[in-house]
Design a protein around this ligand. Structure first.
Ligand code: SAM
Ligand code: SF4
Length: 326
């Protein structure tokens, strides 16, 4: 078991398989030009598998593929197939633009639930947010996955003055469609222009939604990062992810592996542990993993206070989200 000094058991590994992406979401990528990692710097498919096996032997029973956009990687199908053979719960977070090429592979690998990011239900706003004209294909792929009986969670990063006026439209979507919307508080990462006044807190979101809809809280699991709700009579559900205004670090069971093979023991950790170099040199990787887990900070990577109004994003030391793997 990968247990840290606060008795948190880490059984959920999020693996970024690339920092490359075919969209350009402003909250995820630095404003200035971003150089994607060269291929030799990335974990190769077999290396991902070797590292994943080590984690599984230590009690990891859930793996999520992420990125960058995991489905732009050329050997993504191979990676999905390999990890599917591990017998753990396998999931993926994707921008949805290329899902139609992967439905069979995901199904064959045992993936049952897919997180798709879609921050707006308006085509022109999608272009403004992502700088790419891919709205229709994402909507079509959500339909495709629902028709193939996948559970579909839709990630929406809520940013004040950008898409917060659409909260009710997303709830309306759940009326006849069994999608699970997850409203995420906007988080600060390297170069993403985060300011506390762009944050819409989960309480503010609930206030807006509950004025229009009768909502019921749903049961949450111990390691859930979200608080789940349902609008009366709707087929789908919604949830709020309160990382900034009400962090949920005490129940954290997550470890992240970046595309270049480094562990981040927290989304906000400055420290990283290089597993890939050790693996390539034939060194002891397990002890590095254990060291990383025991050095995990109690909260928020030890970087900022729970009072998000006090955060100065310029003082944080971290990668951009696209290079971490959300
Ligand atoms: N490309 C895939 C996608 O967009 O779903 C996977 C990688 S993306 C980095 C993973 C998740 O992180 C997405 O749901 C995205 O919306 C979220 N994300 C990125 N930057 C964020 C930020 N600054 N605050 C909150 N969530 C963020
Ligand atoms: Fe790409 Fe996902 Fe980041 Fe958007 S959120 S730029 S789709 S990695």
């Amino acid at each position: 078991m990968l247990t840290d000094t606060y008795n948190r058991i880490h059984n959920y590994l999020r693996i970024s398989i690339t920092d490359n992406c075919n969209l350009r979401c402003f909250y995820c990528m630095p404003e200035e030009s971003y150089a994607f990692m060269p291929n030799q710097q990335l974990m190769q498919a077999e290396e991902i598998m070797q590292l994943a096996k080590l984690f599984v032997a230590q009690g990891v029973n859930k793996i999520r593929l992420t990125g960058g956009e995991p489905l732009v990687r050329k050997d993504a199908k191979e990676i999905i197939r390999l990890l599917g053979s591990l017998g753990v719960e396998l999931t993926i977070t994707t921008n949805g633009t290329r899902l139609h090429h992967f439905v069979d592979d995901l199904e064959a690998a045992g993936v049952r639930s897919v997180n798709i990011s879609l921050d707006t239900l308006q085509k022109d706003r999608f272009y403004l947010l992502t700088r790419r004209d891919q709205f229709d294909i994402v909507k079509e792929n959500i339909e495709l996955l629902l028709n193939r009986n996948f559970k579909v969670k839709v990630n929406v990063v809520v940013v004040k003055g950008v898409n917060d006026a659409e909260l009710l439209d997303f709830i309306e979507w759940t009326k006849h469609t069994p999608v699970h919307i997850r409203f995420i508080e906007f988080m600060p990462f390297d170069g993403n222009q985060w300011k506390s006044d762009k944050l819409v807190t989960w309480k503010e979101m609930l206030e807006i939604i509950s004025k229009q809809y009768e909502i019921t809280p749903l049961e949450n699991l111990p390691n859930d990062t979200c608080k789940k709700y349902m609008a009366e009579g709707h087929k789908g559900t919604f949830a709020v992810i309160s990382t900034m205004s009400s962090p949920f670090c005490s129940g954290c069971n997550r470890i992240r592996l970046t595309a270049d093979g480094k562990i981040k023991n927290c989304l906000f950790s400055e420290e990283e542990t290089d597993l890939l170099t050790a693996l390539r040199r034939g060194e002891d990787v397990l002890s590095l993993i254990e060291q990383s887990i025991v050095s995990k900070h109690k909260e928020l990577g030890g970087q900022f206070s729970k009072q998000f109004e006090l955060i100065d994003a310029n003082t944080l030391h971290n990668r951009s989200m696209i290079a971490i793997g959300g």
